[in-house]
Design a protein around this ligand. Structure first.
Ligand SMILES: Nc1nc2c(ncn2[C@@H]2O[C@H](COP(=O)(O)OP(=O)(O)OP(=O)(O)O)[C@@H](O)[C@H]2O)c(=O)[nH]1
Length: 321
């Protein structure tokens, strides 16, 4: 069987916690009849996002060996090459980059790698903007790059800002990328038809943003003040202690915690608990049951500025039941 080519590809980018996984879930639920492959690249050596993506028939491939925009382009090309050899035909591919990725090298992969360029075509680059927290982040380099390369800007978390803040943000986004379409959402609620298959990627326009895109090797130096750490343990945690620890983190460390999320193995709970945090916004819920022979373990990732690893480690140890 031969796959129809080129296969359209959507690159989904946006800073930490902006709503990329929420959008991905909405899109997948909205296009059940299509065969969509999803490639997720996470910052911080974990695969927590794969727990947070709703279970679907879609194949979810993870790249956790580093940042997609730096050292894993070869992994990306390998995954894409393998896809072409598969039996099932793909209708669409969605690549969710890490919140710290510069999308340029990922875009470049689809334009400059000869075989990839022949088999795949960029449908659009979608950048999620966190309407509430963007002002904390514009000092970093990555949100600016992500906004500049977008064909579509999804301005998310509209429930958390006022009309006046919306006008100010809109003006700022127009200054940063006048041509991108802007869609305003809450919980990334948008029809897949408004985003998928629109062929909004325009090379000429992207070249006005980065004239060297096709000639330069992009060495993306991540802001080294933004770091991550992961804790894993297969001993159960005490719920009360976990609640106290998170209450402390949210209140006293929230400003510098760009993103924290995880899966918790709580003593005497048959279900795993999943939680998510972006600065001072935090939510945790019981998720599905642990199955009998499954390894029950907690896994937490923190991504932020000036992280005090030792203090976080002590906090995590304190939570052990
Ligand atoms: N209040 C509010 N919260 C939202 C909205 N959209 C997403 N969230 C919450 O924000 C958090 C981050 O959402 P995700 O979709 O995981 O964001 P992400 O961009 O995939 O995050 P990373 O991949 O970790 O960078 C979650 O707790 C979401 O429930 C929104 O419109 N309003």
């Amino acid at each position: 069987m031969s796959q129809e080519i080129p296969i359209p590809v959507t690159i989904l980018t946006g800073f930490l916690g902006a709503g990329k996984t929420s959008l991905l879930n909405n899109l997948l639920q909205d296009m059940p009849e299509q065969n969509v492959a999803v490639i997720i690249n996470e910052f911080g050596d974990t695969s927590i996002d794969s727990h947070l993506v709703v279970s679907t028939k879609e194949e979810i491939l993870e790249i956790n060996s580093g940042c997609i925009c730096c050292n894993v382009r070869a992994d990306l090309i390998n995954i894409l090459t393998n896809m072409m050899k598969q039996e099932t035909e793909m209708d669409h591919i969605i690549i969710e980059t890490t919140g710290m990725a510069n999308p340029a090298p990922v875009i470049q992969t689809f334009l400059m790698d000869e075989q990839t360029a022949a088999s795949f075509e960029l449908d659009s680059v979608i950048t999620m903007v966190d309407a509430k927290h963007i002002w904390h982040h514009v000092k970093e380099e990555e949100p600016g790059q992500q906004i500049a390369f977008a064909d579509v800007l999804i301005v998310n978390k509209m429930d958390l800002i006022t009309e006046a803040e919306k006008s100010e943000l809109e003006q700022q986004l127009i200054n940063m990328n006048p041509q991108a379409e802007r869609i305003y959402t809450t919980y990334a609620n948008v029809d897949s038809g408004d985003l998928i298959g629109k062929k909004s990627f325009e090379l000429e326009y992207i070249l006005t943003m980065d004239p060297n895109l096709l000639t330069q090797t992009h060495h993306h130096h991540h802001n080294d003040q933004v770091t991550s750490c992961v804790f894993r343990d297969d001993r159960p945690l005490d719920l009360e202690k976990v609640n106290k620890w998170f209450a402390y983190l949210v209140q006293f460390k929230g400003e510098h915690l760009y993103r924290y999320k995880g899966v918790l193995y709580i003593k005497q709970l048959e279900n795993r608990v999943v939680f998510q945090g972006v600065h001072m916004l935090f939510a945790g819920t019981e998720s599905f049951k642990w199955v009998n022979d499954e390894l029950r373990q907690s896994e937490i990732v923190f991504i932020g500025k000036h992280l005090d690893f030792e203090e976080l480690e002590r906090g995590f140890q304190y939570c052990l039941a």
